[in-house]
Design a protein. Structure first.
Length: 105
């Protein structure tokens, strides 16, 4: 019985990961942090975090800055902090890792 309970907990923990979602939004502000990461604030959705170790760090930072200055909409992929929902703004707080910038409209 203990093994069954442990197995079910392991299965539950393995599925409790953040879900990658595709979002579309305008960028309201960008700020550099002292550790080298960048926080990106979209107009409607949660704050994104772009780490300096991301393979496309400078490219995505440039795209986000250009989108912010030219008032363009960015389509991007990020974690939404939840494992059940497909919504871009599913929680009220937190930093969500930016995975990919798909395009600007």
């Amino acid at each position: 019985m203990k093994k069954l309970a442990l197995l079910s907990l392991l299965l539950l923990a393995s599925t409790a990961q953040a879900k990658e979602v595709t979002c579309s939004d305008k960028i309201s502000s960008i700020s550099m942090q002292s550790n080298g990461s960048v926080w990106i604030w979209p107009d409607r959705h949660e704050t994104l975090k772009l780490e300096p170790t991301h393979p496309n760090f400078y490219e995505y930072l440039g795209m986000m800055f250009y989108a912010m200055k030219s008032d363009k909409t960015v389509v991007y992929k990020a974690d939404n902090g939840e494992h059940i929902s497909n919504k871009c703004h599913d929680t009220k707080f937190g930093l969500y890792p930016l995975h990919d910038v798909l395009r600007m409209n």
